[in-house]
Design a binder for this molecule. Structure first.
Ligand code: GLN
Ligand code: ZN
Length: 761
C-alpha cells in the first residue's frame, strides 16, 4: 500500500491572486463583505478539490486566511488588545483588518500590530500582543466552519493551526517584550487547544495538525518544559478519537526530538530538506515511538525546482530502517511557492519542466508515495532526465573574475570615521538630514502605463517620457516639502529585484508566479537559472536624469546582491555564496558607473539580508554572515571616500548581529523601527555603532497618517539613544505601496517634525 500523502498548507491567494483582489476591493468599498466571504469560500473549495484530484490523503483546512495565520490564531485565542476591541467594529473581519493594518476613521485611530518576518521566509506575520487585560478563551469558529465547509464538499480535511508553543514564543507584551509565562497563561492556552481538539473530534476530523516551527530554533532554558507542559495538557483531549500531527519545519529539531518523541504524538512532521541530516540523526539515535507516524517533509515548500526522486527515495529508505509508519509530506507549507507552472508559456517547455510550483508539488507527493511502494517507475525515469548532465553552460569569464578577487577587493578605504568627515563637508547636509527610502507611490496610472508598454500599445520612447514626467513631479514635490536628500521615485521599476534581474544575464522570469509577502501584498521572484553577470548599465540613465533636474543631492538606488538572491528563486546546483558573489560583481560595476555619472549618494538596499540568517545561532557566521557581509563590501569597496554609501533594511531585529551590520561598512543605514520594539536603539548605543542610521520614524505599511507631534516624539526617542550627528530622518521603507493622499501629508509632517526638533537642538 502506498504511504499517506500530506500537504502542510496550500497557497491561499488563488491562481490569479483572486483573494488579493477581493480583499482590496472590500477595503476600497468596491465590494461588500458578503462578496469577500463568497470569494474566500470559492477559493477554499477550489484548492481542496485540486488537492483531492491530485490524490492527496491529508488535505489541510484553516490554512486559508484573510491576512495571516498567526493573526487568526491570536483571534482564535481572544488575544485582541483592548484598543481594537474598543473600536467596536461591526464585523470580525473588520477587527482583523484593524489589527493588521491599523484603523483611522469614525470609530477611532489606532496603529496596527507589529509585523515580523516568518522565520527565514519573506512572509510576514503579525505579532500577537498579550497584556494583563487579555482573557484567553476560544473566540472564533473559523477552523470549525472551514472544516465543515470542506466536509459538505465530501472532503475530510486535516485542520491546521499554529501550535501553542510557537504562538507563545512569538507573542509579545504591549511593550514588545517577550511574554513572562506563568502557569495561568500556559494553562489557559493549553485549555483552548484541548477544546479545539475535542471539537474537531466531535466533528469527526481524523487528524489535526499543529505547526510548531519554533521547535527548530535554539532552545532557551525552560523551553522544553514549556513544550511538555503545554502538550501534556493538550494531548489527553484526543481520547482516542482524533490524531494529532505535531509539525515542524524550516530546520531540524534534533535537540528536542527525544522529548517530543516520548510525548507520543500520532504524527511527527520533520523537515528533510532544510533539517535533513540532524533530523535523520535524531530518528536514528532515538527511534520512533510506537504509534507515531513520521511525516517525512520531502518536497521542498521553499523553492521551485523539481524534486530529485532518486535522492528522495534514498531518504525514504533511510527512514524505513527505523520505522514503517511513514507519510510523505511537504517540508513546509506550500504558502511560500507560487500556484502553478501552468500558463507560464513564456518559458520553453525544456525549461519549464525543471520547475514545480504548488500544484506540481502535489503531483510529486503522489509520485513519491507510489515509488516508495514500488510503483510508478515511469515517473522516476522521467524525473531522472532532469538531473542527468548539466542544465546550463557555465560562464567561464564569471568564474575567472571570482577567482581573481583578493582581500583588498573587500575593503573600502579610508576608514569610515575619516570618510564621514569628508562626506559631511562634500555633501553640505544639515543635522538630522531627511530622506526617503527610494520609491514613491506606484499609482494605477504608473502601472497602467507599464502594462501598455508591455502590450505594445505605446513605444519605449513615450513610456520613457511618461517616467521622466513622474520623476519631475516627484522631485518638485520633494523640494517643496524641503527634503534634504532626494530620490527619483523608482517609477521605472516593477519590483526592486525583478527589475535588476531583467537587466542581468542568467535570470528567468515568470508571468504569474506570485507569492504572498504580507496581507494582500504578493511578490514575484525571478529565477536564477545560470551564471549571473551585468550586460550593460542598469540605472545610470534614470539617476543621471533625476540629478540633472535638481540642485539637491539625488540618491542613486540599487538592490544589493544578498537581497537579489534572497528574493529570487536560487539555483540548487551552485552554492548561495557563489551566486551572491556573482551578483555582487554585477552590482559593483553599476555602483562605479553611477559614481562616474556624478551620483554622490548611492543606496544599496539589503532589505532581505537578515531574512536568511540561519535560525540557529551556531550557523550564523559559518553558514551565512561570513560570506554575505563580504559580498556587500565587494559591491562598494572601490568608490571614492566622498561618495556616500547608504543601505536599507526592512526590519530592525539586528541588535544581535549589530557588529556584522557595522562590518558591511556602509556610511548610512536606514531601517524599519516604527512598528516594532526599539531594542535595536539600545544595541546601537551600547555597541558604539559607527554607521550613521535612520531608524524609520513612521510606519509605511499602514495607510494612517502620522501627526507631526507623533513623529517629533519618535525623533526624541531616537535622540535619547543616538548621537545626533549620526541620525537620519526617514520613513520605515519605500512608499510604492502607498497612495499619494497619505504619502505627502505624512512626509510633510516628517519634515516639519524634523525642523521643529532641529530648532530645539
Ligand atoms: N528602495 C526600495 C523602495 O523604496 C526599498 C524597498 C524595500 O526595502 N523593500 O521601494
Ligand atoms: Zn524596506
Amino acid at each position: 500500500m502506498a504511504a499517506l500523502t500530506s500537504v502542510s498548507g496550500f497557497p491561499r491567494m488563488g491562481q490569479n491572486r483572486e483573494l488579493k483582489k477581493a480583499i482590496e476591493a472590500y477595503w476600497k468599498g468596491k465590494a461588500s463583505l458578503d462578496d469577500l466571504r463568497r470569494q474566500g469560500k470559492k477559493l477554499r473549495a477550489r484548492h481542496w478539490r485540486l488537492q483531492q484530484e491530485a490524490g492527496i490523503d491529508l488535505i489541510p483546512s484553516n490554512d486559508f486566511s484573510y491576512y495571516d495565520q498567526v493573526l487568526d490564531t491570536a483571534i482564535l485565542l481572544n488575544v485582541i488588545p483592548q484598543r481594537y476591541q474598543r473600536l467596536s467594529l461591526a464585523n470580525p473581519e473588520d477587527t482583523l483588518f484593524a489589527m493588521a493594518r491599523g484603523y483611522q476613521g469614525e470609530k477611532g485611530d489606532t496603529t496596527a500590530l507589529p509585523m515580523k518576518k516568518w522565520f527565514t521566509t519573506n512572509y510576514h506575520y503579525l505579532v500577537p500582543e498579550i497584556d494583563p487585560a487579555t482573557r484567553i478563551r476560544l473566540n472564533s469558529s473559523k477552523p470549525f466552519d472551514e472544516f465543515q465547509e470542506a466536509k459538505e464538499l465530501g472532503i475530510i480535511t486535516k485542520p491546521v493551526l499554529v501550535g501553542p508553543y510557537t504562538f507563545l514564543k512569538l507573542a509579545r507584551d504591549s511593550q514588545a517584550r517577550e511574554i513572562k509565562l506563568d502557569a495561568g497563561l500556559v494553562d489557559a492556552v493549553a485549555a483552548v487547544y484541548a477544546q479545539v481538539i475535542e471539537r474537531f473530534a466531535d466533528l469527526e476530523a481524523l487528524w489535526i495538525q499543529l505547526d510548531e516551527p519554533y521547535l527548530v530554533l535554539d532552545k532557551e532554558t525552560g523551553d522544553a518544559e514549556l513544550f511538555k507542559a503545554l502538550y501534556s495538557r493538550i494531548l489527553p483531549a484526543r481520547r482516542g478519537r482524533i490524531k494529532v500531527l505535531l509539525n515542524s519545519y524550516f530546520g531540524h529539531m534534533g535537540d528536542i526530538y527525544e522529548t517530543v518523541n516520548l510525548l507520543g504524538f500520532d504524527g511527527l512532521g520533520l523537515d528533510l530538506v532544510e533539517g535533513r541530516d540532524e533530523n535523520l540523526a535524531a530518528v536514528n539515535s532515538y527511534g520512533v515511538a510506537e504509534g507515531t507516524t513520521i511525516f517525512a517533509g520531502l518536497v521542498n515548500g521553499r523553492n521551485i525546482w523539481r524534486n530529485d526522486y532518486a535522492v528522495t527515495l534514498g531518504l525514504v529508505d533511510a527512514l524505513r530502517q527505523k520505522t514503517d509508519r511513514l507519510a510523505i509530506s511537504t517540508a513546509s507549507s506550500l504558502l511560500h511557492v507560487p500556484f502553478s507552472t501552468q500558463g507560464e508559456d513564456g518559458l520553453a517547455e525544456e525549461v519549464r519542466r525543471h520547475f514545480a510550483f504548488a500544484v506540481e508539488k502535489l503531483g510529486e507527493l503522489h509520485d513519491i508515495a507510489q515509488l516508495a511502494a514500488g510503483q510508478g517507475l515511469d515517473a522516476l525515469k522521467t524525473n531522472q532526465t532532469l538531473f542527468n548532465g548539466s542544465r546550463v553552460v557555465p560562464d567561464q569569464s564569471v568564474a575567472d573574475r571570482i577567482a581573481s578577487l583578493s582581500d583588498a577587493d573587500l575593503v573600502r578605504q579610508p576608514a569610515r570615521a575619516q570618510r564621514q568627515a569628508l562626506q559631511r563637508k562634500a555633501l553640505g547636509l544639515p543635522l538630522l538630514p531627511t530622506t526617503t527610502i527610494g520609491s514613491f507611490p506606484q499609482t494605477k496610472e504608473v502601472r497602467a502605463e507599464r502594462a501598455r508598454l508591455r502590450r505594445g500599445e505605446i513605444d519605449q520612447v513615450s513610456y520613457d517620457k511618461f517616467i521622466r514626467g513622474q520623476i519631475d513631479q516627484v522631485i518638485a514635490k520633494q523640494e517643496e516639502l524641503g527634503l534634504d536628500v532626494l530620490v527619483h521615485g523608482e517609477f521605472e521599476r516593477n519590483d526592486m529585484v525583478e527589475y535588476f534581474g531583467q537587466r542581468l544575464r542568467g535570470f528567468l522570469f515568470t508571468k504569474n508566479a506570485w507569492v504572498q509577502s504580507y496581507g494582500t501584498r504578493c511578490v514575484k521572484p525571478p529565477i536564477v537559472w545560470g551564471d549571473v553577470s551585468r550586460a550593460q548599465p542598469i540605472t545610470v540613465e534614470w539617476s543621471s536624469y533625476a540629478q540633472s533636474r535638481t540642485q539637491r543631492i539625488m540618491k542613486g538606488m540599487l538592490t544589493g546582491p544578498v537581497t537579489i538572491l534572497n528574493w529570487s528563486w536560487p539555483r540548487e546546483d551552485v552554492s548561495n555564496q557563489i551566486q551572491t558573489t556573482q551578483l555582487a560583481l554585477a552590482i559593483r560595476d553599476e555602483v562605479l558607473d553611477l559614481e562616474r555619472a556624478g551620483i554622490k549618494v548611492i543606496q544599496i538596499d539589503e532589505a532581505a539580508l537578515r531574512e536568511k540568517l540561519p535560525l540557529r545561532k551556531s550557523d550564523w557566521h559559518k553558514d551565512y554572515l561570513d560570506w554575505a557581509i563580504p559580498a556587500f563590501r565587494l559591491v562598494h569597496s572601490a568608490v571614492q571616500p566622498t561618495t556616500q554609501i547608504h543601505t536599507h533594511m526592512c526590519y530592525s531585529e539586528f541588535n544581535d548581529i549589530i557588529r556584522d551590520i557595522d562590518a558591511m561598512d556602509a556610511d548610512v543605514i536606514s531601517f524599519e523601527a516604527s512598528r516594532g520594539d526599539l531594542v535595536v536603539l539600545d544595541a546601537i548605543h551600547d555597541a558604539h555603532f559607527e554607521t550613521e542610521a535612520g531608524p524609520g520614524v513612521y510606519d509605511i505599511h499602514s495607510p494612517r497618517i502620522p501627526s507631526q507631534a507623533e513623529i517629533e516624539e519618535r525623533i526624541g526617542q531616537i535622540l535619547d539613544k543616538m548621537d545626533v550627528s549620526k541620525v537620519w530622518i526617514n520613513p520605515d521603507c519605500g512608499l510604492k505601496t502607498r497612495g499619494n493622499e497619505e504619502t505627502w501629508p505624512s512626509l510633510a509632517n516628517m519634515v516639519q517634525a524634523t525642523l521643529a526638533v532641529r530648532a530645539r537642538l
